[in-house]
Design a protein around this ligand. Structure first.
Ligand code: PEP
Length: 261
């Protein structure tokens, strides 16, 4: 049975001091058996969050929001996968904000994925279409292209062995307060699993696929009643303990229904 996962993407919010305190509050308010919880703070807050969670609740994993595609070199301001050793066990790869702001291509994202695998980091690979793509009926084609580009250099069996997680995040739903419907998200999650199968990933059914895009405690149920969807990548609401408490509590119901709790 696939993991039920709630991953918090704090983006460029919190100082190290604030991050440690917030992580403790969220950890204490999100105890739900069978739910995998991940907090992804800014790089400079990783150590503070790691230390805070080591005391408060070591079951909450720490993730980075990005990783560089090279191991070392003249890349001012960047962070490589080996540098995350001891700081993070998960990493977000290919977030649409990095595709938009840092010009990350599917090829670069694929290399980042490889660095994550090599370093033993569990990656959350983000894919999703722009509004114009959806309006043109191209959402499935775009997501298939993103997967083909990012996964081209990776052996299919490695993806499941390294426990790849995919997040379907329609770009028009991120930070906009406008979420996809559960039914539309399911359609796209099915597109993603079919694309994995087409690439030779025989265990595509075992790959957790999350929904991301304006998830809140009020709408999480719409996604988690869909059996194809395995959790959420949460941005804005993940900075609010009340919201996280509601989201993870709902995820706990799904975990229990799947026999994970
Ligand atoms: C995200 O950052 O991945 C995200 C989905 O953000 P938000 O929940 O704010 O839309």
């Amino acid at each position: 049975m696939r993991d039920v996962i709630v991953a918090a993407n704090w983006k460029m919010h919190t100082t190290p001091r604030e991050a440690g305190a917030l992580a403790v509050v969220i950890a204490r308010r999100t105890v739900a058996e069978g739910v995998v919880r991940v907090i992804c703070p800014p790089f400079v807050c990783l150590a503070a969050v790691r230390d805070a969670l080591a005391d408060a609740d070591p079951a909450v994993a720490v993730g980075a929001q990005n990783v560089h595609h090279e191991l070392t070199g003249a890349y001012t301001g960047e962070v490589s996968a080996p540098m995350l050793e001891g700081l993070a066990t998960w990493v977000i790869v290919g977030h649409s904000e990095r595709r938009r702001d840092a010009g990350e291509t599917d090829e670069i994202i694929g290399r980042k994925l490889g660095r994550a695998f090599d370093a033993g980091l569990r990656p959350i690979l983000c894919v999703g279409e722009q509004l114009a793509d959806r309006e043109a009926g191209r959402e499935a084609a775009v997501v298939r292209e993103q997967l083909a580009g990012a996964l081209a250099e990776h052996a299919p069996d490695r993806l499941t062995r390294e426990r790849l997680v995919i997040a379907y995040e329609p770009v028009w739903a991120i930070g906009t307060g406008r979420n996809a419907s559960g039914a539309d998200a399911t359609t796209m999650v099915n597109v993603i699993r079919q694309a994995l199968l087409d690439r030779g990933v025989r265990d595509a059914d075992d790959v957790p696929v999350l929904y991301g895009g304006s998830v809140t405690s009020a709408n999480i149920g719409e996604f988690l009643t869909e059996p194809a969807i395995d959790g959420a990548l949460v941005g804005g609401a993940s900075l609010k303990p009340d919201e996280m408490a509601g989201i993870v509590a709902r995820a706990g119901m799904t975990a229990a229904a799947r026999g994970l709790a």
